[in-house]
Design a protein around this ligand. Structure first.
Ligand code: SF4
Length: 694
């Protein structure tokens, strides 16, 4: 009841890319309760994370004062007990901490400094962060966790469609009659989106689920294709082969809106369902049925997640999905479209805001002189490098090579999230100057020279953009604890000390500047967002709530044509052998979020899932002689962890599924740093692993 609370503030859930709108109920200066409200993506719904995952913001581990590493502190990287940090750090005033942070970065200067921003920050914070690295250090060595998430999907979409964002909102599934969900587990990772997918099947829609794990949506599926890990291209090419051979493609659409069709058609001839069935493990008849069903759809959508993107052939996987949609004409109409389900609440917005090494805001290439000068005109500063910057994993290599000596990390946790994480941790330990801005002493902050206490989502103003291209307004419900500050304020104060002369007084000022060089924000103003909570881009007029479907009449590519880019089979990098005979795949689970720094400090979520775990098939457990709940050792060429094993029939007998939220059994000690050549995304979804009873 409203009378029970002092205040109710409308904002956006901080977890997944669905971007559910919420009402934060405040009593005695604390958020006590969260309810769903009528946002365009959630219509009042929330999942367990959105509803119960908020009290980390009041956790007593919150950073409340700037900290500077003590001269006599033990070695960098040792675990800093949040209750006993005094051994490692001393408190400092904001002036001292900011002066120290800025002077350390300035002394190193130029390409010796790199920045990791975050998809957990707002659009304005992401924009300021990339601007600081480009304007302050003259180069593009700035990246964020899109590199570990959908970078390969974006590479394929940019190449073939001309835009990295979704062509249709996920809610458009209500106008579809067939939908494919591949390499995604929305029931756990995009739970509110999953409710729309389930409703679609209840209305008679045919859901085709494709995943090496029997993910939760299988219970609603018309067809569940549990294919061998890493064989996506063979399976998708076989489906497209059937469409070609049986003449099920949409020639009119292909002629009007695409290029390179003949090459694609020719390429697909070899990929017969019979041949590919042996590779992907799905029967030829099933592949034929899926091809006929999708090609025969009045309106079909394709959704995908990190099971598609986190491979060394992640870009090829996405190219196949794009080709499938193009050859069947399933783009640009109600109920038709391509939708990579974004992971973090603002990974779309942080990428749009230019927090990536190859693009300025709105995916404008850094190598284009006109683009750079449009930004330097607004920034009133000199030019910066036309060269693409280094990506997340390349930055860590450059630290090892001694080329990068200083880093500014805002809200990222590479000491947990990077593949082959010991390599990343060694790099962090080598840095001469590491500035970490966060709300907790994260595993990355264990290596920091200075820690700047930042704000949680419920303590700040700013916009975020969800998987649907919906720009939404986040509002503060409570003040940051102690001397913690809003992230945009910290960035501005740091930039002033780098001599950049920034004068922003609010996130609204930053948003106004973003609009000057971001056409995607045309007709979207701060005032509109304050009044309407959400506007979808593109918005065609000040009254238009935004376009849920784009590319109905051509694509933002030469001659308005999308492109078919044929994809061939590339084996995973780290294939099983006699010593490492099984396949390790990593991911999230419903209750925990990414590296766990927030959800493991959320009382309800931690109570439900308190312990690091992996999932194994019953036959595998029997063979190992391990009972469900017993412990196993997982070993790859990179390292070894011990962990509790759960029994799960959804995992095939040659696979281990491992969530990556648990520091005590960090999944990324095991994962392979080999990357996709286009998106530069690591192959988190496939490593050869040995499993032993402990
Ligand atoms: Fe938050 Fe995503 Fe759950 Fe919605 S579906 S409440 S955005 S975690």
């Amino acid at each position: 009841d409203s009378a029970d609370f002092d205040d109710e503030v409308e904002s956006v859930c901080p977890f997944c890319g669905v971007g559910c709108q919420i009402s934060l109920k405040v009593k005695d200066g604390k958020v006590k309760y969260v309810d769903g409200i009528n946002g365009p993506a959630n219509e009042g719904r929330l999942c367990v994370k959105g509803r119960f995952g908020f009290d980390y913001i009041h956790h007593d581990h919150r950073l409340t004062k700037p900290l500077i590493r003590r001269a006599d502190a033990p070695a960098k990287g040792l675990n800093v007990d949040p209750g006993n940090w005094q051994e490692f750090f001393r408190e400092a005033s904001w002036d001292e901490a900011l002066d120290f942070a800025a002077s350390g970065l300035k002394d190193i200067g130029g390409t010796g400094v790199a920045g990791f921003g975050s998809a957990k920050c707002t659009n304005e914070e992401a924009y300021l962060f990339q601007k600081m690295i480009r304007q302050g250090f003259g180069h593009n060595n700035v990246d964020h966790c899109t590199r570990l998430c959908h970078a390969s999907s974006v590479a394929a979409l940019m190449e073939n469609v001309g835009s990295g964002a979704v062509t249709a909102t996920f809610n458009e599934i209500e106008n579809a009659d067939v939908a494919i969900v591949i390499g995604a587990n929305p029931v756990e990772n995009h739970p509110v989106a999953a409710t729309y997918f389930k409703q679609f099947t209840k209305r008679g829609g045919k859901l085709i689920v494709m995943d090496p794990r029997g993910v939760g949506l299988r219970r609603f599926a018309y067809q569940m294709l549990q294919f061998r890990p890493g064989t996506d291209v063979s399976m998708l090419n076989a489906i497209m082969n059937v469409i070609v051979e049986e003449g099920l493609f949409d020639q009119q659409y292909i002629d009007a809106y695409t290029e390179n069709w003949e090459a694609e058609k020719e390429h697909l001839r070899d990929f017969t369902p019979e041949k590919m069935a042996e590779v992907c493990g799905i029967e030829a008849d099933v592949l034929r049925d899926v091809a006929r069903t999708f090609a025969g759809a009045k309106a079909g959508m394709i959704f995908w997640g990190m099971g598609v993107s986190q491979h060394i052939h992640g870009t090829d996987n996405s190219r196949c999905l794009i080709s499938l949609a193009l050859m069947t004409g399933q783009v640009g109409r109600p109920g038709a479209g391509l939708h990579p389900l974004r992971g973090q609440n603002n990974v779309q917005g942080a990428s749009d805001a230019g927090l990536i090494p190859m693009f300025l805001p709105d995916y404008q290439p850094v190598g284009d002189d006109g683009v750079r000068s449009a930004f330097t005109d607004v920034w009133k500063s000199g030019d910066f490098s036309a060269q693409k910057g280094l990506t997340v994993t390349e930055i860590m290599d450059a630290v090892h090579d001694g080329d990068i000596r200083g880093m500014y990390v805002l809200g990222e946790n590479p000491a947990m999230s990077d593949p082959d994480v010991e390599h990343a941790r060694d790099a962090l330990a080598k840095l001469d100057h590491l500035v970490v801005q966060d709300i907790f002493i994260t595993e990355t902050a264990n290596y920091a020279d200075v820690i700047l206490p930042a704000s949680a989502f419920a303590e700040k103003s700013g916009t975020v953009t969800n998987t649907n291209r919906q720009v939404q307004m986040g509002r503060p419900a409570v003040p940051p604890p102690g001397e913690a500050r809003e992230d945009w304020w910290i960035e501005v104060e740091l930039a002033k000390r780098l001599g950049l002369g920034w004068t922003y007084e609010s996130p609204a000022d930053v948003f106004a500047e973003m609009k000057l060089n971001m056409k995607s924000l045309d007709n979207i103003t701060w005032e509109r967002l304050e009044a309407e909570n959400a506007v979808t881009y593109p918005s065609l007029s000040p009254e238009d709530p935004g376009q849920p479907i784009v590319f109905g009449d051509g694509f933002p590519r030469p001659e308005g044509r999308a492109r078919f880019t044929p994809a061939s089979i590339i084996a995973p990098d780290d294939v099983p052998d006699a010593e490492y005979p099984m396949i390790l795949t990593t991911g999230r689970q419903l209750e925990h979020w990414h590296t766990g720094s927030m959800t493991r400090r959320a009382t309800v979520l931690d109570a439900v899932e308190p312990e690091a775990n992996c999932s194994l098939h019953p036959a595998t457990l029997r063979k190992l002689g391990v009972a469900p709940g017993g412990r196993v050792r997982l070993t790859t060429k990179r390292g070894s962890i011990e962990i509790m094993a759960r029994m799960d029939r959804a995992v095939s007998p040659d696979m281990v599924f491992l969530p990556f939220a648990y520091v005590e059994a960090a999944a990324n000690i095991l994962t392979n740093p080999a990357v996709d050549p286009y998106g530069k995304i690591p192959e988190f979804k496939f490593s050869a692993v040995k499993v032993e009873a402990v």
